[in-house]
Design a protein around this ligand. Sequence first.
Ligand code: SF4
Length: 273
Amino acid sequence: MYFNIQRFSTHDGDGIRSILFLKGCSLACPWCQNPESRSEKYSVLFDERSCMADCSLCVSASQGIERSGETLTINRKLIRDEELIALKKVCPTEALTVCGKEAESDFLFDTLMKDKPFYDQSGGGVTFSGGEPLMQLDLVQSLAARLHKAEVPTAVESCMHVPWKNIEKVAPHIDCWLADLKHVDDEKFLRWAKGSLKRIKDNYRKLAPIAKRIVIRVLWCRALMILTKSFDRLLILQLHLKAAKNFTCCRITPSASTNIACSICPMSVRTNR
Ligand code: SF4
């Protein structure tokens, strides 16, 4: 399942790119840029600022939605799968939307190939993003292989918190790894991101000798960095990985474009990456 194909992107790899955003993630970072991508299933999104006070169309469409005066309450656990189809089209102001689309690999490939002339002219290509795209191994592997055959450069944005076999299988078809390193302290990584830092470090060690290019992106959160002395430890990691071809280190920031505040450090919400 995917939730967006963003064409003419210039921030997620070289040149002009199309980004395929896939649903599902293995971490739960509080600063997530795309929280609607965490679930691998459909997600019901609601923006109360656009909801009309005298409307109850979505209430009629689902037993999981109630209105009491001006307050709309959404109980996502009570929304049935068959109601999601109606909910996709019901809201006139798009205050309520259903995030997630199912599509065949052929449809996605054809859509991604539409901008091939722009990739060729700009040195761009296709980037797999999410969520964590490597959780949908079969889809990414097959699309990346077909894109390579069509001479389209590929990149993947990954948190690296996936089984090594997932990385190993797609690695031959990926030209650039835009990989996150969200923290370098095991205990704090577990607390903030709800995942295993060891798994990620093991994956980096195995990937470094076989990847064509790795760009490690670091969460840029001043308070967090100062508190944990992460800068020093990051430099050590950089030295360990310097054998990786085209190794680069850059920064990511909690998103300003989606106005999602970082729950760790209010200072950090400022620029897009
Ligand atoms: S359909 Fe849209 S505008 Fe109407 S009550 Fe539901 S969320 Fe609000």
